[in-house]
Design a protein around this ligand. Structure first.
Ligand code: SF4
Length: 264
């Protein structure tokens, strides 16, 4: 039995190593700029902390990212996929990754980088930016609306795409894949926001991030309103000491229930 157990452990170790190698090998070199993911977080203060208190990547989280990478590599939806785009929010100029790499660090404070999944031609010169997203629906919960942050992500891609490749994609489509239901696909298409409107939003977000005192927005990232009471923000301790007013003590669940019953 001991022997069989050690074989199992060995196979498991090999698999985990292989996952890590795949992940490191398939990673784009990360440019020293803002990234679209920084701008679409529900809490910009979390983005701010991720820059002022950078944490090392936790290898135990490799398997979470692995599935996403496998899906993206195995499921290209268009000839133009994994398109990396860089853009200066202040000058409104598109840049190549090489141009960004050649610039000194202090010139990159208003540059943002994003990589869109797929650019799908719709005919008649129309384009759609598609992005794949996994979620845990379990078959009983199906996405019917695009998440606001993902919607903003595609709006921003529209700006970057127009500035870098001169293509104006007026439509977006999120392809949700349910991890708990054999990757059941749910595509949700929508019209992207006008470019000028998104540019203004990007300028506002940049100003807030550069202020050094971005708004703390307690939300699903830190309010533990999930079954396992998980905190998804690594910076909750710092945030609670710097912004205690954003984290008033929460009423215990039993008290909330009691008040509701009493009111009835
Ligand atoms: S703890 Fe909450 S409010 Fe504070 S930075 Fe994290 S997500 Fe934002």
């Amino acid at each position: 039995m001991d022997n069989l157990e050690s074989i199992q452990n060995n196979v498991l170790n090999i698999m985990e190593e292989s996952q890590k190698k795949y992940l490191w090998g398939s990673n784009h070199k990360r440019l020293n700029t803002w990234h679209v993911s920084d701008f679409i977080s529900e809490c910009l203060r979390k983005t701010q902390y991720s820059k002022t208190h950078p944490s090392k990547f936790d290898p135990s989280k490799a398997k979470i990212f692995w599935l996403g990478h496998v899906i993206h590599a195995a499921l290209p939806l268009a000839k133009l996929n994994e398109v990396q785009m860089c853009y200066n929010i202040q000058t409104e100029q598109g840049l190549t990754a090489q141009e960004v790499e050649a610039r000194p660090l202090d010139e990159l404070g208003s540059v943002i980088t994003g990589t869109l999944d797929d650019l799908i031609p719709l005919g008649n010169g129309e384009w759609c930016i598609a992005d794949k997203k996994t979620y845990s629906g379990g078959g009983w919960f199906k996405k019917t609306e695009p998440d606001a942050s993902y919607r903003l992500q595609l709006d921003i891609y529209r700006v970057l795409l127009q500035a870098t490749l001169g293509i104006d994609a007026k439509h977006g489509c999120l392809l949700y894949l349910d991890k708990k239901s054999d990757m059941a696909p749910t595509p949700i298409a929508f019209d992207l926001a006008p470019i000028e409107q998104t540019k203004a939003k990007m300028r506002d977000i940049l100003t807030e991030l550069q202020s050094g005192d971005a708004t703390a927005n307690p939300c699903w990232l830190c309010n533990q309103s999930n079954k396992k009471k998980v905190v998804y923000c690594d910076y909750k301790d710092i945030c609670m000491s710097e912004k205690p007013e954003a984290h008033p003590p929460q009423e215990p669940e039993e008290e909330k229930l009691k008040v509701t019953i009493d009111k009835k």
